[in-house]
Design a protein around this ligand. Structure first.
Ligand code: ATP
Ligand code: MG
Length: 401
């Protein structure tokens, strides 16, 4: 169902005097920041999430606490909401089919289903105009035996339900590959060739119901143990030609999918030249996320419209305006590791630095590798943003970048 314009605060769908309400499937931090952006504009919000306490459920007007496929939960969501979005890609596509039949739902079940499955996703990404990493699909023992030697060393990735490096095993030999596939219980996987990465970046686009598309400039991302650690967002972060190529590829992918909403496309930049004189080489498309993305959190503090503002606007059919970044920014992820042994991170010292914006997601338990919050440093120059972010990292015990 395509979208009509849903003005905030307007009389409800049934003329019942209810405020216009937007819904989100999933209660994580991305849902929380969507809810906050929607509420600032005067919308009421509903979160559907099975957890009693969730980052988004805690700040939403309503929280429907059911499973994503619970028919009654979905009916309640449809009754309350004028339009519905999603905040993480593992929401079952079937739930989005049900919702999409009754309410404008963006992104669509089709787009999410593709992003949920690395095998389908690769086929789509390959049409972006930028290559994907060489890979093989492994669904059977015969597929395993047929893997070309050239794909090793590689990374075996489950086709479904992976995130933050989960469901991935690095393999050097055929024996390791066989053992890894067995350890992953023989589920459908892709084996990707391990590529020499000089850098990683991502592009966030927002595409409306009418096909209009706006974007943020590429963010440069540093991952550690498969988890995003640092994002640097400023003009000089990437050579211009690579930036332009990445933006074009991301827009191609969104258009190809007739995508509506916020989409993030992640890229690798390969190493070129000898190890001593390595430089940024060719662009390879890694994967897409059918939602706002961790690498776009800096947009809350460094841009005149954030990725969540654009999620609200695309969903509600409001005008899309090209966002403008007004400050250089560096974002540090705050993982549960920082709360080791129950010690509270040194917020006081960090907040004494200029241009620091602390975002904590209201999570009550700090586990290793769990995203608890992030910190964005904004500054007038890239050099200043990096210098302050390095000071903050040092105060927090985050590895320097
Ligand atoms: P996300 O949280 O972004 O969804 P994910 O679990 O889906 O992560 P990927 O993006 O596939 O994982 O991989 C995580 C990281 O592992 C990448 O950002 C990159 O640093 C590294 N990586 C993945 N695939 C490759 C590859 N083929 N060659 C080299 N490094 C890789
Ligand atoms: Mg990734």
């Amino acid at each position: 169902m395509s979208g009509s314009v849903l003005l905030p605060g307007a009389i409800g769908l049934n003329g019942d005097g209810q405020p216009t309400t937007l819904g989100v499937m999933g209660g994580g931090q991305l849902g929380r920041m969507f809810v906050q952006a929607a509420q600032i504009m005067g919308y009421f919000t509903v979160v559907l999430d099975p957890d009693v306490i969730s980052p988004a459920g805690l700040v939403s007007h309503h929280h429907i606490q059911t499973d994503y496929l619970d028919p009654q939960g979905l009916v309640q969501l449809m009754q309350r909401c004028a339009a519905i979005t999603t905040e993480f890609e593992n929401v079952p596509a079937g739930a989005l089919v049900t919702l999409g039949a009754a309410r404008p739902t963006a992104p669509s079940a089709d787009a999410v289903a593709i992003a949920q499955d690395r095998i389908q996703e690769k086929a789509h990404l390959a049409r972006s105009g930028v290559p994907v990493a060489p890979y093989a699909v492994i669904e059977s023992a015969a597929d395993l035996a047929a893997v070309a030697d050239d794909l090793l060393p590689g990374i075996l990735k489950t086709a479904r339900l992976g995130y933050d490096g989960k469901g991935q095993v690095r393999v050097g030999t055929r024996a390791e590959l066989a053992a890894a596939w067995k350890a992953l219980k023989g589920v459908p996987c892709v084996l990707e060739k391990m590529l020499p990465l000089a850098a990683e970046c991502s592009v966030i686009v927002a595409r409306g119901w009418n096909g209009e598309c706006v974007h943020f400039a590429p963010q440069r991302n540093l991952h550690r143990q498969g988890i995003l650690a640092v994002t640097q967002a400023y003009e000089e972060n990437m050579p211009l030609a690579l930036s332009q190529q990445a933006v074009e590829a991301a827009k191609n992918i969104a258009n190809e999918l007739h995508y509506v909403g916020v989409l993030c496309v992640e890229f690798f930049v390969l190493t070129e030249g000898s190890p001593e004189r390595a430089s940024l080489g060719a662009l390879v498309v890694n994967e897409m996320a059918p939602r706002p993305h961790n690498s776009g959190h800096y947009t809350l503090d460094a841009c005149d419209l954030s990725q969540f503002d654009l999620q609200v606007r695309t969903l509600a059919g409001l005008p899309l305006v090209q966002p403008r970044q007004h400050s250089a920014a560096v974002m540090l992820n705050l993982l549960g590791d920082l709360w080791v042994n129950g010690v509270t991170p040194r917020w006081n010292a960090v907040l004494a630095l200029p241009g620091v914006h602390l975002h904590l997601y209201g999570k009550l338990q700090a586990n290793k590798g769990r995203k608890m919050g992030h910190l964005t440093v904004t500054a007038a120059s890239a050099a200043q943003a990096n210098a302050t972010a390095l000071q903050a990292a040092s105060l927090l015990g985050v590895e320097a970048f």
